[in-house]
Write a protein that binds this ligand. Structure first.
Ligand SMILES: Nc1ncnc2c1ncn2[C@@H]1O[C@H](COP(=O)(O)OP(=O)(O)OP(=O)(O)O)[C@@H](O)[C@H]1O
Length: 250
């Protein structure tokens, strides 16, 4: 089951440049939360804080607290945090020199799974969850780069799911894909949210409206409002949210 995340007074900087200001957010378990807002408003920085990736950037700094269930991320080893809070990026980034199978098996091996039978089972399960198994089961030894962009992105999702995270962060996971591949990713998100908590950054408001239970609108590093998605898109409370969702800026 996915876990909830609680963000309190989160601030983030690149050097002297503060890009997130006092963010408070409750992310519900087993729900899809969409993060929307104009370019540069801090969406990527925000989700990179949620698995302590932001801190890997030189000169980056974070303040405030983020809880996963009832544990503070900052009391945990960052490597463990990234296993439990997985991430999928905008551009599919399979390990280019590895086979389809090894792309998924590598994370499992690092997590200590060595028996080949168990590895095979876990790889198959992850590929099935990512709705890719039928397309690749006869060519698991082929390089991952031989797959289409949409398939590569589903492989990256399978790779993230294989280690059984609690939360899956997705940073514009479909923006580099064609409409059919996008639809498949959206269907996949709908299915896996039974098991995982999902936070997705998207520029595509129709996409947020289709898949997200909750939507949060960021503007200039501030969380302006967050609500049930249907409420946000029909009766936003803040004028800036309304201007953004009606296409007046962004
Ligand atoms: N590596 C970096 N070094 C310095 N500043 C950065 C870096 N990455 C992002 N920023 C700055 O942080 C702010 C927020 O950027 P971020 O990428 O989080 O926004 P975003 O909302 O995800 O944007 P987009 O929708 O264009 O991806 C911007 O002002 C950006 O210029």
């Amino acid at each position: 089951m996915g876990k909830s995340m609680t963000v309190r007074r989160l601030q983030a900087w690149y050097g002297q440049h503060q890009v997130l200001h006092n963010i408070d957010m409750d992310i519900e378990e087993n729900r899809v939360t969409a993060i929307i807002g104009p370019s540069g408003c801090g969406k990527s920085t925000f989700i990179r804080c949620l698995n302590r990736m932001h801190e890997t950037h030189p000169q980056a700094r974070v303040d405030g607290d983020i809880r996963l269930g009832d544990e503070s991320l900052f009391d945990l080893d960052p490597v463990d945090v990234r296993r439990v809070v997985g991430m999928v990026f905008q551009k599919p980034n399979p390990f280019p020199t590895m086979s389809i199978f090894d792309n998924i098996a590598i994370g499992l091996k690092l997590a200590g799974i060595r028996r080949s039978g168990e590895l095979r089972d876990r790889v198959e399960r992850a590929l099935r969850m990512a709705a890719l198994w039928d397309e690749v089961k006869d060519r698991l030894a082929k390089p991952a780069t031989a797959l289409s962009g949409g398939q590569q992105q589903r492989l990256c999702i399978a790779r993230a799911l294989a280690v059984e995270p609690e939360v899956l962060l997705m940073d514009e996971p479909a923006s580099a894909l064609d409409p059919i591949s996008t639809m498949r990713i959206e269907e996949l998100i709908e299915e896996i949210k039974q098991t995982y908590t999902i936070v997705i950054v998207t520029h595509n408001m129709q996409q947020a409206a289709r898949i997200a239970d909750k939507t949060a609108f960021f503007y200039q590093g501030h969380l302006i409002e967050m609500d049930d998605t249907s409420q946000m898109f029909t009766k936003p409370k803040d004028k800036r949210t309304e201007d953004y969702i009606t296409g007046r800026f962004g």
